[in-house]
Design a protein around this ligand. Sequence first.
Ligand code: CP
Length: 333
Amino acid sequence: MPRMVTKRKPSRKAAGAWPFKHLLGLQGVSGAHVRALLAASHPYIQNPERSVDSALTGGTIANLFFEDSTRTRTSFTTAAHRLGAHVSNLLGAFSSVSKGETLIDTARNVEAMGAMALVIRARQAGAAALIADHVRCPVINAGDGRHEHPTQGLLDLYTLAEAHGRLDDFNLKGLTVAIVGDIVSSRVARSNIAGLTALGASVVCVGPAGLAPRSLESLGERVHVSHDFDSVVSRADAVMMLRVQFERHSSAGESKNSPAIASVREYRELFGMTGARAERLKASAVVMHPGPINRGLELDPEVADGPRSVILRQVTVGVGVRMAVLEACTAAA
Ligand code: CP
């Protein structure tokens, strides 16, 4: 029998105005709803040491991770603990998925053990949405293939708003964000493009044509594509460097080879955030990266660890964002 947990009525005030049971992506989410989650994250981010007596206290959050993760899984675990929840972790490689059990059956079995919410990471785009159609509890997408990574998008939006003094209303109008690198493979880019444009920012997708195709401009009025990083770097208010995801490039496997990149050395010269390029950034511009970083390829160590980098701040902010998301989705359930 699952352990009985007395759940208090969730507080709408604490959860803001987010009305949805699931968080599957940021595409199609209004600016007001994105702001609601960011505003709900704010007190948790500003008081990082404080644990919270919440509607999840005493309940269980289940992390179902069918693809590797360092930041996201640990961050959801920390967020759940700060909300007073227990966490059960199911890792794909050690689950009965390896014996042929489907993701849906796996999710339904974990829900049957009493999970209040499922946090899903999977290789397949649409996996979180598919599971959401087959369970009763909230589902939060922690990254599905090349599709979306909405909590990463939210934590990036918060970090950007903080860096540019926009925490009062999370209005990013007038800011230009360059998203640089392997955009076709990137669920982080897709969530960020949706969130940034919903909050009023402009986006320039930068990379070689094979990784940043012109078709990305169909994602929004304020989304543009450039294949010339040097023409963009000095006008960006933030530069979001993306990992080259060699493992997602067909036939590239785990090696540092890709049909979309002529040579690793040339890629760094044309599209890497080198120390020399960082010197051309605006005084107020920040450098972001969702991690994990290919140091010396898309981002030089001196920039990753330098004064413009907000990379570890992104990670810190992620805990508060995930607390707010867990609370808001549970409250809406
Ligand atoms: N940013 C991110 O999703 O990192 P992990 O893959 O380590 O979770």
